[in-house]
Design a protein around this ligand. Structure first.
Ligand code: GRF
Length: 203
């Protein structure tokens, strides 16, 4: 699921090509944004790319129903939110419990939840004056950015950082490594959730 440039999607596509992620096939890339470059990345890779947006429906409920029905058509084992800015319907979270992974560009529980997306996350981190930020990959639960954490990676905040330079460093040093790794571990059946904790089982 994507909404923007798709660099996290690209990291996953590259990991599949490199054989880092095995026994996995990317069935479809879905965006709410018809102009998302992520859709181009999917098409270039020969992956089905489609757009479904709340704007095309009379109500959010109608979208939620259509969205879940569309997702169900693919009989997915795993759903990855790679920069997806639409709220996942509660019914979908229930149906795909511990099968939806999200990447967030901070060390949750810092700078997350309602309103913390894109550059807003990094603006808040810089305003607070943290010396470390980073990224978190977690299972999606009903609580926004609050599901069981799979992995995190810290990234230094440097003097003179702007939200843009911090975002770029976190993407390069954390997001693009953490997300493919989490997908790999999931596809190898090595992630076990116990309450709020995710156990990574040895190979
Ligand atoms: C990333 O910073 C990700 O952490 C956040 O949205 C951004 C998506 O970037 N969820 P991209 O579309 O993967 O380039």
């Amino acid at each position: 699921m994507v909404s923007g440039g798709g660099t996290n999607l690209q990291a996953i596509l590259d990991a599949v090509d490199a054989g880092t992620i095995t026994n996995a096939e990317i069935a479809v890339v879905i965006s709410n944004n018809p102009g998302a470059y992520a859709l181009e990345r999917a098409k270039k890779h020969g992956v089905e790319a489609l757009c479904i947006s709340p704007k095309d429906y009379e109500s959010r409920e109608a979208f939620n129903e259509a969205f879940l029905a569309k997702v169900d058509e693919y009989h997915l084992d795993l759903i990855v939110l790679a920069g997806f800015l639409v709220k996942i319907p509660a019914a979908m979270i229930e149906k795909y419990e511990h099968k939806i992974i999200n990447i967030h560009p901070s060390l949750i529980p810092s700078f997350c939840g309602q309103g913390f997306y894109g550059l807003h996350v990094h603006e808040a981190a810089l305003a607070y004056g943290v010396k470390l930020s980073g990224a978190t990959v977690h299972f999606v639960s009903a609580e926004c950015d609050g599901g069981p954490i799979i992995a995190q990676r810290a990234v230094p905040v440097l003097p003179g950082d702007t939200p843009e330079t911090l975002q770029k460093r976190i993407m390069e040093q954390a997001e693009w490594k953490l997300l493919p790794e989490a997908v790999r571990l999931f596809c190898e059946g090595r992630l076990r959730v116990e309450g709020r904790t995710v156990i990574i089982e040895q190979e």
